[in-house]
Design a protein around this ligand. Structure first.
Ligand SMILES: [Cu+2]
Length: 107
């Protein structure tokens, strides 16, 4: 019977460690801001999902959903995360550029 050498064992161990991480990633979704646009503008997620916004513009933006959440001003590459624990439609906008809008649909 062949025994695992040290390298095979390392690969097996890496696979065992990586698989749960891949599964967990389904609970994290991202929206990025590019050229004054939230992308995707509408995102469907399941309850319990954490959404992280990343500002890829060289202009500050915010993420505000009235009465739900409000980010600080995000500079370039800054991130803001919010975990959605209740179903519903969460409209949000940028308070600095109110024509920038997006929606998170939580089901
Ligand atoms: Cu903005």
């Amino acid at each position: 019977m062949k025994t695992l050498n040290r390298r095979d064992f390392g690969v097996a161990l890496a696979a065992a460690v990586l698989l749960p991480a891949t599964t967990a990633r389904a609970d994290d979704m991202g929206v990025h801001i590019d050229n004054f646009v939230f992308q995707p503008a509408e995102l469907k997620v399941k309850v319990g999902t954490t959404v992280t916004w990343t500002n890829r513009d060289d202009i500050p933006h915010t993420i505000v959903s009235a009465g739900k959440f409000r980010s600080k001003t995000l500079d370039t590459d800054d991130k803001f995360s919010f975990t959605f624990t209740n179903p519903g439609d969460y409209k949000y906008f940028c308070s600095l550029h109110p024509h920038m809008t997006g929606m998170i649909k939580v089901e």
